[in-house]
Design a protein. Sequence first.
Length: 225
Amino acid sequence: MNRSLILLITFLTLMLGGCASFPGKKLAQVDLPDVQQYESKPTVAFDIKFFRGNPESDSAIDLTSSVPALTEIVKREIDAAKLFNSYTIDEFNSANAEHVIKLHFYNHVENQGGAAIAGFITGFTFGVIPSFATDKYTLKAELLTTATPAASYSHGSTDTIKTMIGIWFIPAMGNTPKKAFDETISNMVRDALKEMIENKQLQYSLMLEDQGLFNKTELSYLAIN
């Protein structure tokens, strides 16, 4: 293989790899409440879905292939915080759960045409002229209480990820799309769960009721503040 061809392949490889993604951080950084001292924690079943399209539109496409990646992020957050007595990711095994938490994520962009044109220009100039694409992510979270009477609680949040494409961003390639996605989605999950806990939709008690030390009324005073 001649030297010119090797240089061309190397240049194209660097150009194609020259992208960096950064969380928009429109949603403030969230930390989950510390509930590890509570003995009585809720049991929860999760319904996790990922859609491509406007969250207010019925035409959003259900992308089941993306659910495993989301599931890993959700499990990592709730396992680290020890939020629940038990949980299942399989909504069909929700019979014994006190709550069902729906986490439905939507990926959408404001101007698909503009992003396509910018990408064409970057490719046409071999990455010399950079392009920018902004993805919006919206989480529609809902908590359903399975007890009678049934109750529900809804929470929504939106954040963005900006991806920059071009040879100028080769030094920033450590900021991969996966890293930005994980950081953004993790924070949105924490935000939704924190709201549910702080609004007392998820109840935590210092003692287990079945120990006979407190009745339901007394336990309510021990719920997390």
